[in-house]
Design a protein around this ligand. Structure first.
Ligand code: TXA
Ligand code: MG
Length: 340
């Protein structure tokens, strides 16, 4: 059965609608809701039965832990044992916002949320609808991105419906999400502060608060972080990346021509400044190459558009891995990874 879609205007929130959604959360329901990053699939984090429904709906493996969303700092302390000084500094600077912190969990957090780990990932979203929902439900809300496992994260309510329609109890439509890709996940281990997943807050921004912070490499991740799957964020079409170089346009055109000759339907995802070279082909602009924010906000949207249009191969121009461009390229490389 298709779930009800509640349209909530973030500039004029109807508290009755929020109450309706919160009531579902309090009764083991699954509610998809907007955050500033991507849409989340929410359930009462303290109710293992509700949380298990998230894994079923997404077809998510049971070793991939969830993020718990809170609306106020005081709600953090029933979830985590300790907050290291670096975490405190990052919270003060970036919460509410697209930053997730992995901290030692309390006994109260159900094992299914953390897939048995002794840490829990927590974030305080800035999206006003998300915050009002958490406040009205009066419980922390566990929420992964509201897509089927392995697919690009949803940036509109329609994307959620396309992936999960029948499996959720309600979808809150609060419009297109602002950042367009997920939060940055930061952990504190062995005296170090490390980025497990680049995201909405850039490495440069984090470094302005915690100097030594760095991004874990794939091999460090494979060794130390659970639930890391190389292929992720993938549309049905194959994604081929053309690296940055002085000859990026020529290289892109050559991949495109070869693919078309091979009988494939091709879509190009390009930088705005290169678009005029691709006019004769099916192409979409991601954004200006030096504007990571715009590119991030459009990435999953463009991948899903090509998917819907039945393209076989998406030829994607790489961007500079600076600022939020690092997160854009992280997602793009995972989308392009061969199926395991
Ligand atoms: O922006 C976001 O973070 C969105 C919105 C809905 O908040 N959520 C999201 O959740 O992207 P999800 O489940 O798609 O990604 C959660 C990430 C995964 O990479 C998972 O491995 C990591 O957080 N994670 C969660 N708990 C962890 C833990 N205890 N230790 C290490 N990594 C953890
Ligand atoms: Mg996800």
């Amino acid at each position: 059965m298709r779930p009800p879609i509640l349209r909530i205007d973030p500039r004029d929130i109807d508290p009755e609608l929020v109450k309706e959604a919160a009531h579902l959360i309090n009764n083991r329901g699954l509610v998809a809701f907007p955050t500033e990053t991507v849409y989340g699939l929410g359930a009462d984090a303290m109710d293992p039965g509700a949380v298990s429904r998230i894994f079923e709906a997404k077809k998510r493996p049971l070793d991939d832990p969830l993020i718990v969303h809170v609306a106020a700092e005081k709600n953090l302390y029933e979830l985590v044992e300790t907050v290291p000084p670096e975490a405190k500094k990052l919270m003060e600077r970036f919460w509410p916002g697209p930053l997730t912190l992995v901290l030692k969990k309390t006994m109260k957090v159900p094992d299914i949320v953390t897939t048995g780990l002794d840490t829990v990932a927590v974030r305080m979203p800035s999206n006003i609808i998300a915050r009002e929902l958490i406040k009205a439900a009066e419980v922390p809300i566990a929420a992964p991105s509201a897509n089927l496992f392995g697919r690009p994260s949803p940036t509109t309510a329609q994307h959620v419906m396309d992936d999960l329609g029948d499996a959720v109890d309600m979808v809150i439509d609060g419009g297109r999400t602002e950042i367009g890709l997920e939060s940055t996940v930061v952990a504190f281990t062995g005296g170090e502060t490390v980025i497990l997943r680049p995201g909405g807050i850039s490495l440069e921004e984090l470094r302005s608060v915690v100097k030594g912070i760095y991004v874990y490499t794939d091999s460090e991740l494979a060794e130390k972080s659970p639930g890391k799957y190389p292929r992720h964020y993938s549309p049905r079409p194959r994604v081929v990346i053309v690296e940055e170089s002085g000859r990026q346009i020529e290289s892109t055109l050559s991949v495109v021509r070869d693919s078309i000759e091979g009988g494939y339907k091709v879509g190009i995802m390009s930088k705005q400044e290169h678009a005029s070279s691709y006019m004769e082909f099916d192409h979409k602009i991601l954004g200006p190459g030096d504007d990571g924010r715009t590119c991030a906000s459009r990435l999953f949207h463009v991948l899903r558009e090509f998917d819907t249009e039945g393209v076989d191969i998406i030829v994607a121009e790489a961007l500079q891995e600076r600022g939020i461009g690092l997160a854009v390229m992280d997602r793009l490389r995972k989308a392009a990874a061969p199926a395991a």
